[in-house]
Design a protein around this ligand. Structure first.
Ligand SMILES: Nc1ncnc2c1ncn2[C@@H]1O[C@H](COP(=O)(O)OP(=O)(O)OP(=O)(O)O)[C@@H](O)[C@H]1O
Length: 266
């Protein structure tokens, strides 16, 4: 508790209500994301993980509630202040969402063009740095998304998310569609970048391996609310039926082993 009170909150969501027509997706949701952590955000299919991400990013309109980022209520700041906050954020959407008509380098330069005024040469150098940072070969820079493998597309999308040297990164199912080895390599990349760049990471994922391998805390969404949040042992010990099914199901047992799970709930 005192640890939580001491930590700087980068995203604070309070009493968030979001809906479409007469259907409510968020029903008074609260969430804190702390500076420097990797928060894994889980929930059943269609519970609203993407909607929450998009609402925090200002892409979906909320009905009520408060969203603060970097200490500012995003409804109460000027357009200029909002743009400054956007510069501190990187986003990797599901499936990469690269522009198919642009090369990898040009994709990485999109946020640079939007937010910075740089010479073409400097933009090229910066884009190449980001491309190397995510472990892509230099010659990937001139390739189009259709010429890349699934894993390379993810890396290119991550390079674009890092284009503006963000402090906070949103990753929407970063390892989906990758084979287990590719997914583990991508987890390692995220963990390394998070440590070396001091990033705060908000990661929506279905991938139990990622949760175990790289998340400092996990938050679970069900019925429009965060039903539990904390480090893995806290989540494993939760009596909530959805969490028990999720963390103690067959796949979890294969990953963690029965002994670890039994230890966690003792
Ligand atoms: N623009 C929209 N208009 C109407 N309903 C929407 C819209 N966007 C999302 N929804 C609905 O909101 C709910 C939550 O969707 P969301 O995509 O956030 O789920 P999710 O938890 O990310 O699911 P998954 O894990 O399958 O990606 C779903 O019922 C979806 O149909």
């Amino acid at each position: 508790m005192s640890e939580a009170l001491d930590r700087e909150v980068i995203i604070r969501v309070r009493d968030l209500v979001v809906g479409f027509g007469d259907k409510l997706v968020m029903k008074g949701l609260d969430l804190d994301v702390y500076k420097g952590e990797v928060l894994g955000f889980v929930g059943g299919s269609g519970t609203g993980k993407s909607v929450l991400t998009r609402t925090i990013l200002g892409l979906v309109r909320k009905r009520s509630g408060r969203i603060e980022m970097f200490g500012s209520d995003i409804d109460r700041i000027s357009v200029k202040a909002r743009a400054l906050i956007e510069r501190r954020i990187g986003v990797m959407f599901q499936q990469g969402a690269l522009f198919s008509g642009l090369t990898v380098k040009q994709n990485v330069q999109v946020p640079m063009r939007e937010h910075l005024t740089l010479s073409p040469r400097l933009m090229d150098e910066l884009a190449l740095l980001k491309i190397e940072l995510v472990g892509l070969p230099r010659d990937a820079a001139e390739k189009y998304p259709s010429e890349l493998s699934g894993g390379m597309i993810k890396r290119a999308a991550l390079a674009r998310a890092l284009a503006l040297d963000p402090e906070l990164v949103f990753l929407d199912e970063p390892t989906s569609g990758l084979d287990p080895i590719g997914a583990a390599e991508f987890d390692d990349l995220i963990a390394t970048l998070q440590k070396t760049l001091g990033l705060t990471v908000f990661m929506v994922t279905h991938d139990l391996d990622s949760l175990y391998a790289i998340c400092d805390r996990i938050a679970a969404l069900a019925d429009g609310k965060v039903i539990a949040a904390g480090p893995l042992p806290t989540m494993l010990a939760s009596p909530h039926p959805w969490l028990r099914a999720y963390f103690h199901g067959k796949r979890a047992r294969q990953l963690l082993g029965d002994a670890t799970l039994a230890e966690a709930v003792r």
